[in-house]
Design a binder for this molecule. Structure first.
Ligand SMILES: *Cc1c(COP(=O)(O)O)cnc(C)c1O
Length: 405
């Protein structure tokens, strides 16, 4: 019997672990940074070590460790010369911060519908949205899967990568963070590379762009104090510098990024294999030229496979979410509607693909049930057992819950 109707739940309490995974090395790294932080000075070793390590991994020569992903994206846009009067192409299905960064740069986000297979920005739709004012495209490596950079590169625009959900994923062998002309990544505690709190990473290969980003990060000062010269205030700037303890934690976690990303990719692929054939679910697809690190494992509900029309999408989705939660599996909704339909943007255009994805999407992952460590292939079997029970063994009872009959 479904746990929701009083049966025993599939997953036992404590069977799932959370993200990030803390090790003794992480603790030692943070403690060492704390001791090194007296007296205060800038930049501190933990921050420069993080920058150097990210530069080495991605091959991007200019890296700045900052206090959020939103700050890093703002810097990446300014580095590419985006400013007032410019338009930036942004996917309609993303987190608000992607478009907020465009607004911070004084530019206008122009929303673009999603690709129905990868759920990332559709390059063909992006092309039709280009105007003389379009300066850049801001693809998001959504859920942990890189966007289609080869096609986006052909648009003739600056490409600014939002890799906030996809550290460690690769596209044609290149690392996320190095897939555009400049990138902004988040190190928020939940992300695939975590600072335990709030932080971010900016990267570019453009020296002039890097200097603009650096000034934006440090009060609009054109020279860094690190060079020993006295700074000149030359532009509007913020204080986007990173907290040293978060930098130390992320630096320590970065040593295990490859291992953690391999685990995420393998567990996600295993979960897809295990869920294949269970009715009512559309599973994520990973094109051969890239890897997926499943910050979120997106499941799109398909009531059609239970003989129910699309009008049953909300009822089917919410019933599945409730039933899975009762079986012990935390499962959530992420972006319940296209970003342009939020009150700030008041964009009346239709984004049919993004709207359908948002309506059908349930997601596993984030910090409550990571697809990667501490979980293993065996955990994926246990997760799949939850869907097997709800949609197959108890499929008739579940269908009755959805229809109310
Ligand atoms: C988390 C996230 C951001 C923002 O990062 P913060 O560190 O929270 O500022 C931007 N874009 C996407 C797609 C994200 O998931």
């Amino acid at each position: 019997m479904l746990a929701l109707l009083g049966g025993p739940p599939v997953l036992r309490p404590g069977e799932l672990g959370g993200w990030p995974v803390l090790t003794a090395e992480d603790e030692a790294s943070v403690l060492a940074a704390l001791r090194d932080a007296m007296p205060w000075r800038w930049p501190m070793r933990a921050a420069t070590e993080l920058e150097d390590a990210w530069s080495e991994l991605t091959g991007m020569p200019y890296v700045l460790a900052v206090n959020s992903g939103t700050a890093a994206l703002h810097m990446a846009l300014v580095a590419m010369g985006v400013g007032p009067g410019d338009e930036v192409l942004v996917p309609a299905d993303t987190f608000g911060a992607t478009a907020q960064a465009v607004l911070h740069a004084g530019a206008r986000p122009v929303f673009v519908d999603s690709d129905p297979v990868t759920y990332t920005i559709d390059p063909a739709q992006a092309e039709t949205a280009i105007t003389p004012a379009t300066r850049a495209v801001l693809p998001v490596d959504l859920h942990g899967l890189p966007a289609d950079y080869a096609a986006l590169g052909r648009l003739g625009l600056a490409v600014v990568e939002d890799g906030a959900q996809a550290h460690g994923a690769t596209y044609r062998g290149r690392q996320v963070g190095a897939l555009g002309d400049a990138s902004g990544l988040s190190l928020n505690g939940s992300k695939t590379l975590s600072s335990a709190g709030e932080a971010g990473l900016f990267a570019t290969a453009d020296r002039e762009g890097h200097l603009r980003a650096r000034a934006l990060m440090t009060f609009g000062e054109s020279q860094s104090r690190a060079t020993g010269e006295m700074p000149e205030v030359t532009s509007v700037g913020w204080n986007y510098r990173i907290h040293v303890l978060g930098a130390a934690f992320a630096r320590s976690q970065l040593r295990r990024l490859a291992e953690m990303s391999d685990s995420r990719a393998a567990n996600g692929a295993a979960l897809t294999g295990l869920l294949t054939g269970i009715p009512g679910l559309l599973l994520p697809v990973v094109p051969e030229d890239r890897t997926h690190v499943y910050f979120l494992y997106p499941l799109l509900v398909r009531p059609e496979e239970f003989g129910l029309g699309p009008e049953y999408v909300p009822a089917f989705r919410d019933a599945l979410r409730e039933a899975a939660t009762a079986e012990g599996l935390p499962i959530g909704r992420w972006q319940t509607k296209p970003l342009p339909h939020h009150r700030l943007f008041k964009d009346r255009q239709e984004f049919p693909v993004a709207a359908d994805i948002c309506a059908r999407r349930l997601s596993i992952g984030h910090s409550s049930c990571p697809i990667g460590p501490p979980h293993t292939r065996n955990t994926m079997r246990r997760i799949a057992a939850v869907f097997e029970k709800i949609l197959v063994t108890e499929g008739t009872a579940f269908r009755r819950m959805v229809t109310g009959r």
